[in-house]
Design a protein. Structure first.
Length: 75
């Protein structure tokens, strides 16, 4: 059940991140997304994920965030 909730959270955070127009909001969402992905990785015992395929991890290519956008701080 926890795994299901984590996977659903990841889907939701990806959607929210792709729709966010504010850099601060996107940054918060990306932080939450990273936490959920780490949780999923620790639950499955999987350490690495090339391009995020095995665990549904977000990469700049599949999360709808332009390159470099995730590195900006809010302001």
């Amino acid at each position: 059940m926890d795994r299901f909730v984590t996977q659903e959270n990841i889907k939701r955070y990806r959607k929210l991140a792709s729709e966010a127009t504010d850099a601060v909001e996107r940054s918060r969402i990306m932080k939450l997304l990273a936490e959920e992905e780490a949780k999923l990785n620790s639950e499955s015992g999987y350490v690495g994920s090339p391009k995020g395929r095995e665990t549904g991890g977000a990469t700049p290519e599949n999360r709808g965030v332009p390159d470099g956008q995730e590195q900006r701080s809010g302001g």
